[in-house]
Design a protein around this ligand. Structure first.
Ligand code: ATP
Length: 467
């Protein structure tokens, strides 16, 4: 594992705040742990990641359709899925400083795999560490960590009448994952669009988890977005379909500039009782000192549809006309966290260069498709109205097609630096020649190369570079 670069995380957090990407929520009231707001550039970057995911997962596929299901679902949904009874994490408290930790994460720090382990196993392992005097609080350093206890991650709401919500069975939850909505709309999708197996339903949306220790900036938060796809298929095809989606999802990261050597698969050894295979796609976060999960790919069997069929009393069979057989489709899911990808792209793109003047310059070398602003237009001089109005007119034209900025503040060098720092791939300068030959200088963020092109060729130039 590479050494943890604590400074990189600090630099990313500072850039995010300084340049309006990400803010800690409710700051003026003292903040709320594990909740974040996305500012102008952050919301654009997040939308671009989402759009590219949707493009690859829906637009470019004939076998996947979209969905936007509600956050609230019938209370039975989460009883059927097993979340009400079992969506728990093991929690450990420090009796000295009152910090709270995930017990499985503490064990993982000692190289003990405890993902989905029983509470008994976790407490046995904690005891061994305690006896060896190795079990210290990561916050205060004292040997004051208690026993592990289970902690439900479900977030309750008070939707419904005050009488109803006192009744356990009527508690409405904020969804802990988006796929619940996909299972509930499997039948409507089948009845309205008539897809043949295998087919997928994909959606992006909010999920809520009462995480014990929300930490590492936006890596683990209590409110987050997931990009999930459930692929319904005949169980005879599970192995090949699972391999197909592993490959497709891995290739997606390469497509947006994540290097192969910063990616790997992690195979889950301990599986949920209904699952037949599970892998995580892990990215090597320099800001967190090593590989961490960004996406899960799971073969879930027929668990989800069988459970919802049982609890709702509605038949969720599929009739395969070609083979004259009836069965409950099995599911392979791909489940990625949008904010984790956001952090992954920042981690990968953040670049510092020491200039000849000894100044540190920051570049966000994002794939142009993801960059919040595609092009910035500058007049060479601020005090020449003919340059300013020519550049501004060009900006008004280009913004019809791309997210653009106009900037006439400070010298050109400073304007380039402001754009480099937010990842703008192209900057355009309108100068005196532009007034006579309708050409501009376009400068590339990563190479610094400048080209002279005609104004009416700019849009085609950018589109070609982005494809
Ligand atoms: P972890 O082990 O990190 O808690 P998980 O295995 O519970 O994650 P899944 O339930 O498989 O995660 O969720 C799929 C994806 O959703 C994860 O790969 C991650 O990218 C994202 N995700 C899960 N929990 C969070 C969270 N609290 N904050 C941000 N993203 C999350």
């Amino acid at each position: 594992m590479q050494e943890k670069d604590e400074k990189l995380m600090e630099k990313i957090i500072s850039l995010c705040k300084r340049r309006g990407f990400v803010f800690a929520s409710s700051e003026i009231y003292g903040g709320m742990a594990g909740i974040y707001d996305y500012g102008h550039y952050g919301s654009l970057l997040k939308d671009n990641i989402k759009k590219e995911w949707q493009k690859n997962m829906i637009q470019l596929r004939e076998d996947v359709v979209g969905l936007d299901s509600a956050i609230f679902m019938h209370p039975k949904t989460w009883v059927a899925s097993g979340h009400v009874a079992g969506f728990n994490d093991p929690q450990v408290d420090c009796h000295n400083c009152k910090s709270r930790f995930r017990a499985d994460h503490i064990l993982e720090d000692f190289g003990i795999q405890a993902d989905k382990a029983t509470l008994e196993f976790i407490n046995d392992e904690l005891n061994k560490l305690r006896e060896a005097k190795k079990l210290l609080c990561q916050n205060c350093g004292k040997a004051c960590l208690g026993e592990a206890r289970v902690f439900s991650m479900m977030v309750k709401s008070n939707l419904g009448s005050p009488v109803d919500i006192l009744d356990e069975e009527n508690i409405v939850y904020l969804r802990p994952e988006t796929c619940g909505g996909i299972y509930l709309e499997y039948k409507n999708t089948l009845d309205s669009l008539h897809p043949k197996l295998p087919f997928g339903i994909a959606q992006v949306g909010k999920a809520f988890r009462n995480e014990i220790a929300a930490r590492q900036f936006i890596f683990r938060t209590r409110e987050f977005e997931q990009m999930e796809m459930q692929y319904f298929h005949d169980p005879v095809d599970t192995n090949s379909i699972f391999e197909m989606w592993k490959q497709i999802r891995y290739d997606w990261y390469l497509l947006y500039g994540i290097p192969d050597d910063k990616l790997r698969f992690y195979k889950h050894e301990k599986l949920a009782h209904y699952a037949s295979d599970a892998y995580d796609v892990e990215y090597d976060f320099e800001s967190m000192g090593g590989f961490k999960e960004v996406e899960g790919i799971h073969a879930r069997g027929d668990w989800d549809l069988s459970q919802h069929s049982k609890f709702s009393g509605i038949n969720l069979d599929y009739y395969d006309e070609a083979n004259k057989k009836r069965f409950i489709p099995h599911i392979v899911e791909t489940s990625a966290g949008l904010a984790r990808m956001f952090l992954m792209f920042l981690d990968n793109a953040y670049t510092e260069i020491l200039s000849e003047e000894g100044e540190t310059r920051v570049f966000l070398k994002l794939d142009p498709k993801l960059s919040p602003i595609k092009v910035a237009v500058f007049p060479l001089l601020k005090n020449k109205p003919e340059l300013v109005s020519n550049a501004h007119d060009l900006y008004l034209e280009l913004r019809k097609e791309f997210m653009c900025e106009f900037d006439d503040n400070g010298n050109i060098g400073k304007r380039y630096r402001r754009q480099d720092e937010i990842g703008t791939p192209w900057c355009i300068v309108v100068d005196f020649d532009t007034l006579t030959d309708d050409s501009v200088t376009i400068r590339d963020r990563d190479t610094g190369k400048q080209e002279r092109i005609k104004k009416d060729e700019i849009a085609a130039y950018i589109k070609e570079k982005m494809n």
